[in-house]
Design a protein around this ligand. Structure first.
Ligand code: NAD
Length: 240
């Protein structure tokens, strides 16, 4: 029997590769993204097994409506949708602060909470939340983004404790410097790329595939005794 996976923010970047990896791993994937036309294009490229929906993870009604369309509860949920809002805290408009918290942290909460009940009744499964190394250590002008991602790390631990008895494992992946998605434009500059690579112990930027492999591992039975953890996938950056 084919099991379902929900991947949010699946229209592009890391989420699109996670959706592709999940289909290759045998899941039928509900690809959710606020950009409906883009996620339809991505799902068509991935092919059979990837079903797109326009969903705003920050809107509980939107998430509930998409969840109701699933033929059965998912076995895997990947909370990948995210936005960056950079700027010095003294000047950061309150709306920027609130949108980072709303999409990244509250969106993760809404999607996970909406699906965890039905998952538990159907025998459990796994949730993997996307944080960032910025959620593990401060970075210049990343206050709003960092706070939202640090919140995801702690929220992951609480979900893991509360939902273990439902048979649901909840873990977190914290990507480092990734040459994909929201960071693609930054690394188009060869000099910036050289400097950033030099900061990474493994001496290269990460890829969307590096992140997707870690997500699929934590979502699989190979990680069946792992819950409440945050795995930094960062080439050693956070330990350097
Ligand atoms: P991206 O900007 O390329 O893709 C994010 C996707 O999320 C987009 O398709 C966007 O439409 C979707 N999205 C945004 N708001 C949404 C909402 N309200 N509801 C539903 N979908 C929404 O980003 P990415 O680089 O692929 O990042 C994916 C995840 O990885 C994010 O959580 C990000 O914070 C995290 N991350 C990325 C990097 C990096 O360098 N790329 C590093 C650390 C962490």
């Amino acid at each position: 029997m084919t099991e379902w996976a929900v991947v949010t923010g699946a229209a592009q970047g890391i989420g699109a590769v996670i959706a592709e990896f999940a289909v290759k791993a045998g899941y039928r994937v509900a690809a959710w993204d606020i950009d409906g036309p883009a996620v339809e294009r991505t799902a068509a490229e991935i092919g059979d097994g990837c079903v797109p929906s326009a969903v705003d993870v920050a809107d509980e009604e939107s998430v509930r409506a998409a969840a109701a369309l699933l033929p059965e509860p998912p076995r895997l949920v990947v909370n990948n949708a995210g936005i960056v809002r950079f700027g010095p805290l003294l000047d950061l408009p309150l709306a920027e602060w609130e949108s980072a918290l709303r999409v990244n942290l509250t969106g993760t909460f809404i999607v996970a909470r909406t699906l965890a009940g039905p998952m538990g009744k159907a025998g459990g499964g796994a949730i993997v939340n996307l944080a960032s190394v910025n959620g593990l250590a401060a970075a210049p002008h990343a206050g709003a983004y960092s706070a939202s991602k640090a919140g995801i790390v702690r929220l992951t631990e609480h979900m893991a404790m509360e939902w273990a008895r439902l048979g649901i494992r909840v873990n977190c992946v914290a990507p480092g410097l990734i040459h994909a998605g929201m960071s693609d434009a930054i690394y188009a500059d060869a000099e910036v790329r050289r400097v950033r690579e030099g900061a990474v112990p493994l001496a290269r930027l990460g890829s969307a595939e590096d992140i997707a492999a870690a997500v699929l591992f934590l979502g699989s039975e190979k990680a069946g005794y792992v819950t409440g953890q945050t795995l930094a996938v960062d080439g050693g950056l956070i330990k350097s």
